[in-house]
Design a protein around this ligand. Structure first.
Ligand code: ZN
Ligand code: MN
Length: 455
């Protein structure tokens, strides 16, 4: 059965102030209902200011990076989209007509890109509404129904996010993503799934929905046209309401706001100053630094990681820098479940660390341990090494002591090794590293272990 999937993606734009007023956008850092004024709380009679120019420029830049045509020299109306919900004090959301059209990402067509305002935040359990988020600028990106499976949707979203990240225009904080997915199968009506907050969520919601629709259709039942909500905790979709028709939103041009007219010279200027697209950067890293294509792919998975790599590669052999950032740093970031942009690691400290490893002052194992701390606090590895006495053990006597101890404590492993189980040697080495707090050179330890066990 053929599956048609289209996505609508909302992402917050990184501006200092809101779209139609001067209130700041750092709604996460302040107490509820403090970043508000009569405009963003929809007080009767309050007139919006002209649209925030930074937000509009960002939407144009994003449109261009998504290979869209930007609609210039004609009026682009700001529409009022009406619906009733406690997070929307004016009763309508201001949403622009398309600014960019006919783009493409990874072979998936982008239908249009437009600008709108975020509503506030309503907690249906407590009944509390917080309008700090109300009026924060958003970009909405709509695809054609070109995606054929949850896996394709996932790959598309990853590619799209990489571009948004490299554009530098989207908000860095996680959890700003909101996706609605449209899905239909041969013989069934179009179903819209709302309120999905992660790429994983989109994948799971679509998987669930395909199974649900398939089983309805094979039983000869109808798939109704409706809007469903995705319940993250249960990984299922449930009916929300029968789909509103476009007419239910009673769109009208906002009489308080002049339509936008985007100057073609302005678009050319933005085009000339666009940041490097991720796929271009990936290619450049391979050429400029001679690193493996696979490394370049990982290093350009995130803007902050690519920037960190290039800063470090100024002082450290790029191949070694690539290896450390791709393997060891990525491991630490994955362990903490954070992105490079959220870590507190600075290039100077990474350079310091790699110099310590390269000069042989510390072992690579110690380097990895230090990295775990450096991601969480902006601390100089040189200072840590001095403070915690982490330099590599060079005294053979100390190594011998650790090895003798490991052998004495693990007679079974020694027996295994002597009876031909070579992996027992790695186990013993692990013990020695534990005893020395990873301050022993693992190659030397293996050598010494072999010698000792021969006797
Ligand atoms: Zn305001
Ligand atoms: Mn929208």
């Amino acid at each position: 059965m053929e599956v048609l999937i289209g996505l609508e993606i909302h992402e917050q734009i990184n501006t200092k102030s809101k779209l139609y007023c001067d209130c700041p956008t750092n709604y996460r850092d302040v107490s509820p209902n403090t970043n508000v004024c009569e405009i963003c709380t929809g007080c009767p009679g309050a007139k919006p200011m002209p649209p925030n120019q930074d937000a509009l420029d960002a939407v144009i830049a994003i449109s261009l990076m998504l290979d869209c045509e930007v609609l210039t020299n004609r009026p682009v109306y700001i529409q009022r989209k009406h619906y009733d919900y406690p997070d929307l004090p004016s009763g309508y959301q201001r949403t622009s007509l398309p600014i960019g059209i006919n783009g493409k990402v990874n072979g998936t067509r982008i239908r249009e890109v437009h600008m709108e305002e975020d509503p506030g935040q309503y907690d249906p359990v407590s009944g509390i509404v917080d309008y700090n988020r109300s009026g924060v600028p958003l970009v909405e990106i709509t695809t054609e129904p070109d995606l054929r499976s949850p896996e394709e949707a996932r790959l598309f979203l990853r590619a799209l996010y990489r571009i948004l990240d490299f554009s530098g225009k989207a908000r860095e904080e996680p959890g700003t993503l909101r996706v609605d997915a449209n899905i239909s199968m041969a013989g069934g009506a179009r179903v819209e799934i709302k309120n999905i907050n992660s790429v994983k969520g989109v994948y799971r919601a679509l998987k669930y929905e395909i199974t649900r629709q398939k089983s309805l259709l094979t039983r000869g039942e109808a798939v109704r046209r409706e809007t469903r909500a995705y319940l993250e905790s249960q990984m299922i979709t449930v009916p929300m309401r029968t789909k509103e028709l476009e007419a239910d939103y009673r769109y009208i041009p906002d009489p308080d706001i002049f339509p936008l007219v985007i100057d073609s010279n302005k678009v050319e200027a933005i085009k000339a100053s666009l940041p490097e697209a991720p796929h271009m950067r990936e290619k450049r890293l391979i050429q400029q630094y001679g690193i493996a294509p696979l490394h370049a792919k990982v290093l350009t998975s995130e803007l902050a990681l690519a920037d960190l790599f290039e800063a470090v590669a100024k002082k450290i052999d790029p191949k070694i820098a690539a290896l450390w950032l791709r393997d060891k740093l990525k491991n630490v970031l994955n362990y903490y479940g954070i992105r490079c942009a959220e870590s507190l690691l600075i290039p100077e400290h990474m350079i310091e660390l790699l110099k310590l490893v390269q000069s042989g002052s510390i072992t690579p194992e110690t380097g990895e341990k230090l990295l775990q701390r450096m991601v969480k606090e902006p601390v100089s590895p040189l200072k840590l090494v001095e403070e915690l006495k982490l330099t590599k053990i060079v005294e053979e006597k100390l190594l011998e002591e650790a090895i003798t101890k490991a052998i004495a404590q693990n007679p079974q492993a020694v027996k295994d090794y002597l009876s031909g189980k070579s992996e027992a040697l790695n186990f013993l080495m692990g013990r020695v590293m534990k005893i020395t707090q990873s301050r022993a050179d693992s190659k030397v330890v293996i050598q010494l272990l072999k010698q000792k066990l021969k006797r």
